[in-house]
Every structure is written in structure tokens, then in C-alpha cells.
Design a protein. Sequence first.
Length: 374
Amino acid sequence: MNDGQRTVDVIVVGGGYSGLAAASSLTASGHSVIVLEARDRVGGRAWTEKFDGGWADNGGQWIGPGMKAILALADELGVGTFPTYNDGATLLEFKGKRARWAEEIPEAIGFPVPADDIEDAVHAIGLLDELVKQVPPDAPWDAPHAHEWDNQTFATWIDENTTTDGAKFALEAIVDGYFAAETCDLSLLHFLFYVASAGGVEKLEESSLAWRFDGGAQEIPNRLAERLGEQVKLGAPVRKVKQNNDGVEVSTDADTFSASYVVVALPPTMGLRIQFEPRLPTSRDQYMQRAPMGATIKCHAVYPTAFWRNEGLNGQIVTERDINITYDNSPPSGTPGILVGFLEGKAAREWGNRSRDEIKTGMLDTFADFFGEE
């Protein structure tokens, strides 16, 4: 670096997982790098809030055995993992009827989903898995019916391939939980690509929700940033990227940095807040306008103990309500006990207009309804 550390080989915009990983790889290859992060912290959508006795991951948090790159990075950085708490029964509610369900008790007493609906759901999942096999995860556009699948929503496919409310509920719950969106928000091809990356519908939970990071998901970006040191600039929102014959100039509110290359490691829609000179190609600009992020409100409630475990419950619910999914998000010791609940997709967009107190009350009322007044 020179010129007061303002001229480097590569500038990385964004201090989340991808930006810090890119900067680390480039640095290890001998290149000089600056990471410009708008927030006063690194981590992007991984944000861990620490408190006495525990932590809460307010952003992304789960990993699984198929995520070999992030697991290798965690091991390199000394960040441990532990299994998501899954012992005991899940509370399943459908059309106002509720039952305890666990894999070892498949015929749950009073199971609220009718047998015909379950059969319909199993058939639909089987059809999806056959389609998934045709989608290469590294090039989904090469699937034999990619154009056709990308021109219909997953909601349309569900309507055409299921006949019962229970089957629709099951498939919609998958999209709520893994995409934070509605079935009408994503194309069939995108859904199939995502599932193909996990290895099939049945492997989604195993691949995505198996483990958590000890100390929280922000441990990895925090340690990457510590290793990069002064190369990471916080509180530096990028306003302009100007390309010229010599390379690029990247401007923040306070400084301008020069480099041969720039890596913009942001969600596509966030890139729209940057002024590019010359303007980006029309196709790229329009793509960025059409790649929205999911909608999620995530709430944690902290208790002295994980009291639901004493009732043989794993802290998970699945329901048709707006607050439709919960998990036991306690630390490995189980103390304190932490429940996390989600509003996702349409529900998140609607509740996002309500006050913080209304959201808190709605979440706590749901917890109490399912897990008791304690």
C-alpha cells in the first residue's frame, strides 16, 4: 500500500462473509487490499448480540454438513460448532388443531394433518426431488427445462401439482423457513436450484439447520477482520465507483481510494445505492432491481432456563399463523433458555409496519400459547 493506504491492488466493498473471505484470499495471494464497510461492525447479515451468559444471533446463524467451505473456514479460525437442539417433540398446528410430533412418534396422537393431505404432500415432494435431480447446482441455467421453470413461480407449480390444503401448507412452510419469502416470490427454477444445492428436499434441514457456531455466527467475520487488521475500514459507506483507464476510484463520505480492481460484495439491491461511472450495463442494472432480499423479523426471548425441555419439547413450532416457526436458540449449556421466533415473507412485511411493542407482544403471546405461561 501507499498514498496513506489509499492505493491498493483491490478494493472490497462490504465487510460481510463474502467480502472478508474475498479480502482474505486476495491477501493470502500477495495482493494489497482494503475492505470498505458502511456499518460500525463487520459481519453483514451475521450479527451476534452478546449479553451476560449467552448471545443471540440476530441474523443468519445455521450451517450444515454440506457447507464444507464455511466449515473449513471455521476450523481454520478456531470457531467451534454445536448441534441445533432437536431433542423432544415439535408442536404442529394446522387449521386450529395441534399435536406433538417427533420422528420417533410418526403416528402422533391427534395429528392435525389428514392422511390424504400427507399422501398428497409426500407425492409432491417426490415429484420435486425428481426435478431437482435435473438441476446442476453450479449451472442451474443448463437444466433441460430451465427456461420453462424460470418462467413460472413455485406457487404456480404447487397449484398444479397438489390438491389438498395440507400439502400446500407443507410446501409453503419450506419456503417460509428457508427463503423468508412467499411461494409466489420465487421461480420454480430458483427453488429447484436451492434444493439441489442441499441434495434434495428431505436433506434441507440436515444440510441447513444442523449446527450453530459457538459464540455466534459473527465470530467468523470478527476473526477474519482481526486478521486483516487496518485493511478493514469501518464506517465507510461507498458512494461512488468510478472506472478509468488506470483502474478504479472508490469514494466514501470522507476518502477516495484507488485500485486496479474492485469487488462489490453486497446484496444486489444494495449495489443500487452506489453511483457507478460509467453506468453499469442495462442488463446488470435491471437484474439488481429484480433481486430482492427476503423479509424476516426475528425475535429472541431469554429465560432463566429452557423450561420447555422439561416438558419433552424441542422448542420448535410449525403453524399457519403469522408467527409460524420457532426454535430453541439456547447456548450449548442450555442456560439461559432462549426461544427464537420468526415472521417471514408477507407476514414480515405486514408486521414491519407495526411498533416494536406490538411485535414483542405478539411474539411473547405466541410463545406462551404454545409453551405455557412460564
